[in-house]
Ligand binder design. Structure first.
Ligand code: KG4
Ligand code: ZN
Length: 327
């Protein structure tokens, strides 16, 4: 429940982390079944926490894509039913645009476009130029694994658990990021094709090869491997963010999505920007990873820009804001 795209009245999360930790990753069937069980109690709690009734609600925002289809359908069908029963407009939102709008939650400063957003999660990895609200140009994306997925897979290789991002950051905190020289892909500034694209599968393979040569039972070695891997990911991500900020004369640089919680990424980006433009990331850690408040915020700004969205019919999933992403 979000007011004016900014004030979070409630943001209830049914985390599937414990469930997926058992299998070391997301099993779509298991995730979808859990969605069915959780969606109604979560809705009740969101209304209760926000102390609102249906009369207070102007519109219902829902993620329409991308993602695991079975899970998306449960959300979409529930939102359609609610829109029908309570006679409210239904606003379909692209998941990545949700992540982008997480950065506007609880924001007090005025917004200055153009903005370059690096949005990095388990499921997507994109560099986006925003010239206004809901005006997105995708500059580049990962051609294989997303950064978060690379964290998760490498954590599994190192038998550290799930999700990989926070565990690798913790394990590598005492390690030397320069201990092992791991590959950084597509860094060549003159490479016009992959200037803003990413690739992390080679890095993952390099870590796998490394694990066969070093003694991971030594905590110092483990910390060095984790730190070296994290540094390789962060170097590439921050380099491309800054490159785009300079090329497009951005007034703000944003980090969004699950990986934006990463402290090394924040610090490195801050260092490379050297105060030229502000670095913005979600005000709270819970707004980095998947949450509903970001989807509501995205819908708010879409309604401001295109008020006709409020006339949408629940029967038709009318998509007014798209991000033409490959991943
Ligand atoms: O945005 P999100 O919740 O879900 C997707 O849309 O995919 O992102 C989850 C991803 C996971 O891959 C997780 O390993 C990563 O975000 N993540 C992190 C950190 N916290 C979460 N990666 C690096 N450092 C972190 N501190
Ligand atoms: Zn996400």
């Amino acid at each position: 429940m979000v007011e004016d795209g900014n004030i979070v009245l409630s943001n209830v999360i049914a985390s599937s982390v414990d469930l997926h930790a058992k299998t070391g990753g997301v099993v779509p069937e298991v995730a979808a079944r859990e969605h069915i069980l959780q969606i109604s109690p979560i809705l009740d709690k969101a209304m209760e926490d926000a102390r609102v009734t249906w009369n207070d609600i102007d519109a219902i925002a829902v993620t329409h894509a991308p993602g695991l289809v079975a899970a998306l359908l449960i959300g979409l069908n529930t939102a359609q039913a609610l829109a029908f029963v309570h006679n409210k407009p239904l606003v379909p939102i692209h998941h990545v645009s949700g992540h982008i709008y997480a950065n506007f939650l609880e924001r007090e400063e005025s917004i200055r476009f153009p903005i370059v957003v690096l949005t990095v999660s388990g499921g997507h990895n994109d560099l986006v130029l925003m010239t206004g609200h809901h005006e997105f140009k995708v500059l580049g994306e990962s051609l294989d694994d997303a950064a978060g997925e690379a964290f998760d897979k490498v954590a599994r290789l190192l038998s550290l658990g799930f999700p990989g991002g926070p565990i690798i950051a913790k394990t590598g905190a005492t390690g030397n990021p320069g201990a092992y020289n791991l590959p950084r892909s597509f860094m060549d500034e003159k490479d016009q094709v992959n200037r803003y694209n990413f690739s992390f599968s080679g890095l993952k393979t390099a870590v796998r090869n490394l694990t066969q040569k070093v003694d991971l039972s030594d905590p110092k070695v483990m910390a060095d491997v984790a730190a070296s891997f994290e540094a390789a990911v962060v170097d590439v991500l921050s380099e491309k963010l800054i490159r785009a900020v300079e090329e497009f004369g951005a007034k703000e640089a944003h980090l969004a999505g699950g990986v934006s919680a990463n402290q090394r990424l924040r610090k490195t980006a801050e260092l490379k920007l050297a105060g030229r433009v502000p670095l913005v990331y979600p005000k709270k850690l819970i707004y980095c990873t998947d949450n509903a408040a970001m989807v509501a915020a995205s819908a708010y700004y879409l309604i401001q820009k295109r008020p006709e969205v409020l006339k949408t019919d629940w029967r038709k999933i009318e998509v007014y804001s798209q991000l033409p992403l490959g991943s």
